[in-house]
Write a protein of this length. Structure first.
Lengths: 170, 143
């Protein structure tokens, strides 16, 4: 049941929770309650479990963890060019050591965090949980064009700041 | 490595304390369920204590108010107050409470007398006699 519901529930919590660092605690609380329930009352089918878990997350968010204040979405024109630019940016080659350098990864994550809570949530949904740009944008209540543009600007800036000399065209 | 792969690694690295993943979570959940603890248990416990205290204070306040207004016939109130019938001022709320309770007792007593074929006493006269100090409760019971 974890495998079936975790990605959805994590994304649900990530996109709504007030403080991102509470996400794991919230999920633990929700799944612990669920675990106790199935131990005392038996198993549930996936649809019922998902419904129950979602209700539980909503409850925890409203009662203990709080929901994020929605940021005003900056409307971006959806011309398709930004998506192409992002794809191009993400396909750029980098030295392999970059992915193994914990210090560098920490710095990159901090830099993403400095670009705003919404950007960090977008990166988590898209790059960590594998949500498409459209799904990520919908979860965060913003347009797909804004989400694409935000990720593109961040990725381009990171490459420029950290890998301007090393990068090569794919 | 591509920039996309690096971003995936960065997000995974940055979120390791936010999202441990299903396996990590399962371990935490099992430990949590075994210990019967919740991360928010402290918060919930304090909430329950506060709510209970508020409910208790509210109930006490309502009871005290209703008692002071003479709405609740407290048994043996006069004894609790440490005063006798004829020592109580008839303009106090307590007097009203006790008077009503005594009235009910006397009516019940009258009812029992009637069942046993005896004459009924005049409740209001007996009350007046008690209030004036001409009769004691014991004397009324012996009548």
């Amino acid at each position: 049941m974890y495998g079936l519901t975790y990605r959805y529930l994590a994304a649900y919590a990530l996109s709504r929770i007030k403080h991102l660092e509470d996400t794991d605690d919230l999920l633990q609380t929700v799944y612990t309650a669920f675990y106790k329930r199935i131990r005392s009352k038996g198993t549930l089918d996936e649809a019922s479990a998902r419904k129950l878990l979602t209700t539980s997350v909503k409850h925890e968010l409203s009662r203990y963890y709080g929901t994020r204040k929605k940021e005003r979405d900056r409307v971006t024109l959806d011309d398709g060019a930004t998506r192409d630019q992002l794809e191009h940016e993400l396909a750029r080659s980098l030295p392999d050591f970059a992915g193994e350098d914990a210090l560098l990864l920490g710095d990159l994550w901090e830099e993403i965090g400095r670009r705003g809570d919404l950007t960090q949530r977008l990166f988590l949904l898209h790059f960590r949980l594998g949500y498409t740009l459209k799904e990520s944008a919908r979860a965060l209540g913003m347009t797909e064009a804004s989400a694409t543009s935000r990720i593109y600007r961040t990725v381009a800036a990171l490459r420029r700041d950290y890998f301007a000399k090393e990068d090569t065209q794919p | 490595m591509t920039m996309g792969e690096l971003m995936t690694k960065t997000a995974a690295f940055g979120s390791q304390n936010l999202l441990g993943g299903p396996d990590h979570l399962l371990t935490r959940v099992k430990a949590g369920a075994a210990g019967g603890q919740r991360r928010t248990a402290k918060l919930r416990r304090s909430f329950v204590v506060l709510a209970a205290a508020a409910a208790l204070l509210g109930a006490l306040a309502i009871t005290a108010f209703a008692g002071a207004m003479g709405w609740i016939p407290f048994p043996d109130l006069y004894r609790m107050l440490g005063v006798g019938w004829n020592q109580m001022e008839d303009n106090t709320p307590q007097y009203g409470v006790i008077q009503r309770q005594l009235g009910a007792m006397l009516r019940d007593w009258n009812h029992q007398r009637l069942e046993h074929g005896l004459d009924q006493g005049n409740v209001s006269r007996m009350m007046d006699a008690l209030a004036a100090g001409d009769l004691t409760l014991e004397e009324i019971y012996r009548m």
